[in-house]
Design a protein around this ligand. Structure first.
Ligand SMILES: [Zn+2]
Length: 343
């Protein structure tokens, strides 16, 4: 385990082909009942092994136990009707058929805690567990009950906080909230988005992270990126308030991106999970390319707060590509670690 520049992944890894259709988002399970429970645990063990063999320091669940990073969590809540579907535009970008909030939302029982306990007993390495953030959750639903994005986000924040506290008690070291919606709804982020995120993290003693990215490497996202111009300054709108928030770690997209790296100065003091792997390309980064991205970010993040990572989840990639990218991440981080040690 490296204590300098510890590596991790932002979120998902590909699932084995016997568990779910590969290279597909929202891929349906191929197993059911007890076989599915066992299959998910086997996949969790394989994803742990893939990370360990590649030398990753902070272990993630790789989202092996969920179909989708937002929907699976919502499926476990009361108040959301999955038989009713409405089409909404997710993150102002692509249409999706989503379930409807029909009543007060509650969490009748924990969602990922058993999975986290299972992963916990398999490794002594630090583990990170991702949950969807409140704003990203409301953006993946049609609300026919609260009729207020802010109110619904607040209810989800309370539910996320219950889940987060149980994950912490299960031994999770870092709880990450995925908030790609922070890159789209800047006014709402500043009005109530960060407050809702802090509510979700309230009272936690483990470390907390927020992941803000430009999305998976799917067509809707790569098309959207083409409209963003030469400089992607989205982070600029939300960083000042995020810098003053209680969240410990900010996970960002940096590699092959048009985000001006000096924006990271705006969150000085936070730990930064630096995306040094492009998840929208099958090309494997060289170790030197990764080191180069990390070196650029090092101007704006203190070395002891720099955490090499991936831009986003790797669920839609072929497994051998994801594995090779994990190894590249380790190799790239090692180059920079050596440079820092010899300074
Ligand atoms: Zn992401």
């Amino acid at each position: 385990m490296n204590t300098t520049l510890p590596t991790s992944i932002a979120g998902s890894l590909p699932k084995p082909a016997w568990l779910a259709e590969p290279e597909t988002l929202w891929s349906p399970w191929k197993l059911s009942g007890d076989e599915l429970i066992e299959g998910k645990q086997d996949a969790l063990r394989l994803s742990l092994q893939a990370q360990q063999q590649a030398g990753i320091d902070i272990i993630s669940d790789g989202e092996q136990t969920r179909q989708h990073f937002v929907t699976t969590f919502i499926e476990h809540l009361n108040g959301v009707d999955f038989t009713q579907r409405k089409t909404v535009k997710i993150r102002n970008r692509y249409d999706a058929s989503v379930p409807v909030v029909v009543d007060a939302v509650t969490r009748p029982k924990s969602v990922f805690v058993d999975d986290a306990k299972y992963l916990r007993q398999l490794t002594k390495q630090p583990i990170k567990w991702a949950l969807p953030g409140p704003m990203t959750m409301i953006d993946t639903l049609y609300d026919d009950h609260y009729k207020s994005r802010e109110k619904l986000a607040w209810e989800f924040a309370k539910i996320l906080n219950q889940e987060a506290k149980e994950l912490e008690a299960a031994g999770v070291d870092i709880i990450q909230f995925d908030e790609p919606a922070f890159n789209v709804f800047f006014d709402e982020v500043n009005d109530w988005g960060i407050a809702a995120l802090e509510k979700a993290a309230e009272g936690l003693k483990c470390e907390t992270a927020v992941h803000i990215c430009y999305g998976y490497g799917i067509k809707a996202n790569t098309d959207w990126k083409k409209t963003l111009g030469e400089e992607w300054r989205q982070y600029e709108d939300v960083f000042p308030k995020l810098q003053r928030s209680v969240i410990d770690i900010v996970s960002l997209e940096c590699h092959n991106s048009k985000v001006p790296m000096d924006l990271i100065e705006l969150i000085r003091g936070k730990k930064v999970m630096v995306g040094a792997i492009d998840v929208a390309s099958h090309t494997i980064e060289t170790a030197e390319e990764i080191a180069d991205t990390l070196r650029k970010v090092l101007k704006f993040v203190d070395a002891d707060k720099l955490y090499p990572s991936t831009n986003c989840g790797m669920a839609p990639l072929p497994r051998q590509v994801a594995d090779a990218k994990l190894r590249a991440l380790s190799a790239g981080a090692a180059i920079l670690r050596n440079e820092l040690a010899n300074q």
